[in-house]
Write a protein that binds this ligand. Structure first.
Ligand SMILES: O=C1NC(=O)NC(C(=O)O)N1
Length: 309
């Protein structure tokens, strides 16, 4: 039997698989579905904002052979719904994803989480690319430091951050220099590759309505970017900060690659939309087969051990 267990923020995850925040985790029904997926190690909520949001105009999601583009705009039921949900009894650990449209909103939201009885993990989404007029906070290193300084002046529960992809090695150095100054349990990397554009040549038109068709990219096409961000941050962050790998997972080999680059847990988003929640059973089987073929019995046998030439 393979050992898939790991601990994070005081919680035990019996499997390395997570749902990517935003995919099949916005409503009570979707969250109940996730509870029933035995291969899932934990449940991540849709990023919650102070007030409920309808999100951007539709169509705001489009499926591609090589991935997806989305411009959802943080549609969610408001943080009270998700904070109530995560405080209920669950067979799996939960990660409460939260997002603020301003620093003040983030502080107000996290003060409510701190004051609640919730003992699980919280993840601050600093990287949504789709709120019209809002920047991806984590591309502004000074603001990120400012936000985390204020948050950790009162927040004592397990907290991670969801990061956008970076594309410049100097930017990996700069964001790591900020994050290493705070007692984070984890970073979750990557969020979608922001502001891509898909064109329907036959119609001579964009495929999503918000923002003139600009949206976050996910799925197979972002795997190399996701792996680079997992690897670069694993090389730079304090060992006390775990890495959750998100982005581009369609096969067990992709899960293996994320873990080889340093991921402790691995999220699946676009592929859940394409294949349904049965994808987790397939990924677990494929990962297990790869591990057995290589003689590995535990994720620790190869985590973070990517070889360079
Ligand atoms: O952080 C986010 N990343 C995305 O790719 N989309 C959602 C959204 O637009 O709500 N949020």
């Amino acid at each position: 039997k393979l050992n898939f267990t790991s601990t994070l923020g005081g919680q035990t995850f019996n499997s390395p698989f997570l749902n990517a925040s935003g995919i099949h985790c916005q409503t009570a029904e979707e969250l109940a579905d996730l509870e029933g997926v035995k291969e899932l190690g934990g449940i991540v909520t849709k990023s919650a904002t102070l007030e409920a949001r309808a999100g951007n105009d539709k169509p705001r999601y489009y499926d591609l052979a090589y991935g997806s583009i989305n411009s959802m705009g943080l549609p969610n039921s408001g943080y009270n719904f998700y904070l109530d949900y995560v405080q209920k009894e669950h067979a799996k650990p939960t990660i409460l994803s939260v997002a603020g449209l301003s620093v003040a909103d983030v502080i107000k939201l996290l003060k409510e989480v701190q004051a609640s009885d919730y003992q699980g993990l919280t993840e601050l989404n600093l990287s949504c690319p789709n709120v019209i007029g809002e920047p991806q906070t984590a591309y502004d290193f000074e603001t990120t430091r400012k936000v985390l300084t204020e948050v950790f002046s009162f927040f004592t529960k397990p907290l991670g951050v969801k990061l956008p992809p970076y594309f410049d090695l100097v930017h990996f150095d700069q964001i790591a220099a900020v994050l290493n100054d705070f007692p984070l349990t984890h970073v979750n990397t990557i969020n979608s590759v922001g502001n891509g554009l898909v064109v329907d040549v036959e119609k001579e038109q964009v495929v999503t309505k918000p923002k003139g068709g600009f949206g976050g990219l996910g799925g197979a096409m972002v795997l190399p970017t996701a792996l680079a961000n997992v690897r670069a941050l694993r090389q730079r962050l304090n060992p006390s900060i775990a890495i959750l790998g998100t982005g581009g997972v369609t096969t067990g080999a992709d899960v293996f690659a994320h873990i080889l680059c340093g991921a402790q847990l691995v999220s699946v988003g676009t592929q859940v939309i394409k294949e349904g929640l049965g994808v987790y059973a397939r990924l677990e089987k494929e990962l297990s087969d790869i591990m057995e073929a290589k003689g590995y019995t535990s994720l620790e046998d190869f985590r973070g051990k990517l070889q360079v030439m």
